[in-house]
Unconditional design. Structure first.
Length: 279
C-alpha cells in the first residue's frame, strides 16, 4: 500500500478545530499520526537569505513555506499569514473598507502569527501525502475502498462534489476558452476527462487550476478597468477608487468566488457612463 493510501484512510475528524467557518487539522496530532507509521519522516521550515522563516513583500504580506519528506518522497507547501478575517497581515497595521463597514483594521503580524501559520502550513503539507486531505477537499469523512458504501470511489476517481468544486472555479474563465483551458490542464495530468482524474491528483489539480483562475480574474478585471477608463475619461487610480467605493472592494482584492458578482456590478457601473462593454 502506498504512503498516500495509508495516510488517506486515517479519520482525523477528532483532531480538527473550526474557526470562522473553516476547519483546521491540529498540526501536533497530524505529525503524530505520520510518525506512528513513518518514524523516519522529517519536515523542514524554509529559511531565507536573512535567516528568517518567512518571505515578506510590502504589498502582499508574509508567506511561509515548509517541506515534508517521507521515505524519500518530498512535497512542499506554502501559506500566507492571515488574520481571523483571512486578510493578509503585514509589518504594519492597515485599514480596509467593505460595503457594510469602513475602517476595519488588520493588525501587524507578530512572531506568534508567523509561528502559527508555519505549523498550519505543516498540517496542509501533510495533506499532500493524504492525511486529512478530505478536509481541504470539502469532504466530511475520509475515503474508503468499501465498494458497498462508496461505489463512486472505486478506482480512485474524484467524486461528484469535487467535480462541482472544479466546475465552480471554471466559471471565472471566458466562455470561449473555458473548455480549452480545462483540456490543457487535464492533459498535463494525463487524463482526457474530468471524471477520470484520480483522487491522489485532486489537490494538485485544484492548486494548479486556482493559480490559473486567479490570473484570469486579474486579467479580466484589468480589462474592465481599462474599459472604464475609456468610457469615463478618468485615470486608472480614479477608476479603481470608484470601483472600490461603489462595490465595497478594490479590484485587487476580489476572490474567485466573488468574481462573477463583482464583474457584473462593475459592468453596470461602466454602462452608466454610456456605451457597450466587452466582457
Amino acid at each position: 500500500m502506498s504512503i498516500f493510501d495509508k495516510l488517506n484512510k486515517i479519520n482525523v475528524n477528532d483532531y480538527t478545530e473550526k474557526k470562522n467557518g473553516l476547519t483546521y487539522l491540529t498540526w501536533s496530532r497530524a505529525w503524530g499520526e505520520v510518525k506512528k507509521l513513518y518514524p523516519n519522516a522529517t519536515y523542514e521550515i524554509k529559511r531565507f537569505d536573512d535567516g528568517q522563516p518567512y518571505y515578506y513583500d510590502e504589498k502582499t504580506g508574509y508567506m511561509v513555506f515548509t517541506s515534508v519528506t517521507i521515505e524519500e518522497l518530498t512535497h512542499e507547501m506554502w501559506l500566507p499569514v492571515m488574520d481571523s478575517a483571512n486578510k493578509a497581515m503585514k509589518d504594519k497595521p492597515y485599514t480596509y473598507d467593505t460595503r457594510y463597514k469602513k475602517g476595519l483594521t488588520v493588525e501587524a503580524a507578530t512572531m506568534f502569527d508567523i509561528n502559527k501559520t508555519i505549523m498550519r502550513c505543516l498540517a496542509k503539507n501533510l495533506a499532500m501525502f493524504g492525511l486529512g486531505l478530505y478536509i481541504y477537499a470539502g469532504e466530511d469523512l475520509p475515503e474508503t475502498n468499501d465498494t458497498q458504501e462508496q461505489p463512486k470511489q472505486q478506482g480512485g476517481q474524484i467524486n461528484e462534489k469535487q467535480m462541482q468544486k472544479i466546475q465552480s472555479i471554471l466559471t471565472v474563465f471566458p466562455k470561449e476558452n473555458k473548455d480549452t483551458s480545462l483540456n490543457i490542464l487535464l492533459n498535463e495530468f494525463g487524463v482526457k476527462e474530468l471524471s477520470a482524474l484520480q483522487q491522489d491528483k485532486y489537490v494538485l489539480f485544484i492548486n494548479r487550476l486556482t493559480d490559473t483562475a486567479n490570473g484570469v480574474v486579474k486579467s479580466r478585471l484589468s480589462n474592465l478597468v481599462k474599459q472604464f477608463m475609456n468610457k469615463s475619461g478618468k485615470t486608472e487610480s480614479e477608476v479603481r477608487e470608484l470601483l472600490k467605493a461603489g462595490l465595497g472592494k478594490g479590484v485587487d482584492e476580489v476572490t474567485i468566488v466573488e468574481f462573477d458578482k463583482y464583474a457584473h456590478n462593475a459592468v453596470q457601473m461602466i454602462k452608466d457612463y454610456g456605451g457597450n462593454v466587452d466582457e
